[in-house]
Write a protein that binds this ligand. Structure first.
Ligand SMILES: Cc1cc2nc3c(=O)[nH]c(=O)nc-3n(C[C@H](O)[C@H](O)[C@H](O)COP(=O)(O)OP(=O)(O)OC[C@H]3O[C@@H](n4cnc5c(N)ncnc54)[C@H](O)[C@@H]3O)c2cc1C
Length: 430
């Protein structure tokens, strides 16, 4: 049971969503965010153009994937955020065997998929007849091998997973993408995906950072520059929270923090939970943003995902559409992902090396007129097989009125976070 006065720690999307839903249930909520701005990874940062023109980069997601009937769709509707549709899409490629191929995410790409013979392609079409599995220890690799065949899992999946989740599919558990299990339950990836309807890519007016801003503005109980430094248990199940030079008391506390920060606060009051949080690996990602002269045919945006380890640490790159208001008119804006769980070879450590590697796959790419690096330490948690069991142990070790939500619990994707946090608040008894 969570009592009426709740303090949420962390003003990333998880904390803001937790506070939003608790408030809608009529609870009194306060939120502390350590940094000067809300949003955590979801922030749209100014990046003026070469002549000082207005321009922006996204610290984290560049767009929101909004499925019909999902928690994210409900949230966006309730907030009445202005949204840009981002389709139609430009070319999608995977980089493999030294050259780029049309992405197998489209039918044309699938028919021409590299390394997958006719047998492998026909095997994929049997997917609707494969029964649902129930193995809690299944990896993304074994899930896709079971459903779409070993050919797909070996030849195509590595690029698709590395470019999105920055880790090898053999290391990732199903909790990294909880929606896959749901699709499997609806008749498989192909039929379930069709029934669920296509997800649409949306960008709030002002960038994805407009989403946390809207939540914070409507909540009105968000305190930035306020880091939680310690938790103290009080009689009657209450909590005292220590910040820098101030303390607060609450009936309940919800930790909406990255796993390591949550572990630090939990160590003195829930050492078992803290220990489990400390074992969750965190992925460091390097993101390079660059602006170039326009390339003909790339106006609708591009996406490249590289089959590891062929990129030597470079995982992929995406661009903004030519008319995207976050870009600078007349320039192509690209962002390139490096690292994650993959070793980065020394020559891809610097921008000149990244550009050289990028041009192996995108030889048309002109010299940049502007470059900016955003290092993202602990960008995502890496949820290994069996993660669900560890989460259950962690939760059972938490003292009363202490809650934990966030990417390491519900998966790092914003649609999964929105779904997970909406479900969590619904499960609390008043
Ligand atoms: C480069 C990149 C690209 C991404 N792309 C996508 C994408 O395309 N699609 C998608 O769905 N997801 C994407 N993600 C993942 C998604 O952005 C994150 O999983 C999600 O934003 C995590 O939100 P969070 O609130 O759980 O954590 P965070 O965003 O890490 O927020 C945690 C907050 O807690 C605060 N905090 C930490 N310690 C304390 C303390 N002691 N007291 C108070 N506050 C504290 C931090 O300052 C921070 O604001 C991407 C992430 C990155 C880094």
């Amino acid at each position: 049971m969570i009592s009426p006065r709740t303090l949420v720690l962390g003003g990333g999307l998880s904390g803001l969503l937790a506070a939003w839903h608790l408030r809608r249930q009529g609870r009194e909520v306060d939120l502390w965010e350590a940094s000067p701005a809300v949003g955590g990874w979801v922030q749209t940062l100014p990046w003026p153009g070469p002549a000082g023109e207005a321009g922006f980069v996204e610290r984290g997601p560049q767009a929101l994937r909004v499925g019909h009937g999902t928690a994210l769709e409900r949230l966006l509707g309730e907030l009445r955020l202005g949204l840009h549709p981002t389709s139609p899409k430009g070319p999608r490629w995977i980089g493999k065997e030294g050259r780029r191929h049309t992405s197998p995410a489209s039918l044309a790409g699938l028919l021409r998929a590299p390394g997958l013979g006719l047998g492998g392609k026909l095997r994929m079409l049997t997917e609707p007849f494969i029964p649902a599995g129930d193995g809690p220890e299944e990896t993304l690799h074994s899930f896709f091998a079971r459903r779409l065949g070993v050919g797909f899992a070996r030849e195509l999946l590595p690029a698709l997973v590395a470019g999105v989740l920055a880790a090898p599919s053999e290391r990732l558990g199903m909790d990294m993408l909880p929606r896959l299990r749901e699709l499997e339950g609806r008749g498989g990836l192909l039929l379930g995906g069709l029934r669920a309807g296509r997800e649409r890519s949306r960008v709030p007016v002002g960038g994805t950072g407009a989403l946390p801003w809207a939540l914070a503005a409507q909540l009105g109980c968000v305190h930035t520059n306020r880091a939680a430094r310690g938790l103290e248990s009080l009689p009657g199940g209450r909590w005292r929270i220590h910040g820098d030079g101030l303390t607060s008391e609450a009936e309940a506390v919800a930790l909406a923090l990255p796993a390591r920060s949550a572990a630090e606060l939990l160590r003195p009051v829930a050492p078992g939970s803290a220990q489990i949080l400390e074992t969750i690996p965190q992925l460091d990602l390097r993101v390079w943003h660059s602006r170039h002269a326009k390339v003909k045919g790339w106006e609708r945006d591009i996406s490249l995902l590289v089959h590891p380890p062929e990129g030597r640490g470079l995982l992929g790159a995406v661009s903004l559409q030519a008319e995207d208001p976050r870009g600078v008119p007349g320039l192509l804006q690209v962002r390139t992902y490096v690292g994650g769980a993959f070793p980065v070879e020394p020559e891809v450590e610097t921008w000149s090396g990244v550009l050289r590697e990028l041009r192996r796959w995108l030889p048309e790419l002109p010299e940049p007129v502007q470059v900016r690096e955003e290092h993202c330490p602990a960008a995502f948690p890496l949820l290994e097989p069996g993660h669900g069991t560890r989460v259950a142990r962690l939760l059972s070790d938490l003292p009363p009125n202490l809650h934990w939500v966030g990417a390491a619990r519900f998966g790092p994707g914003l649609p999964d976070l929105a779904e997970g946090i909406e479900g969590w608040t619904r499960s609390l008894s008043i």
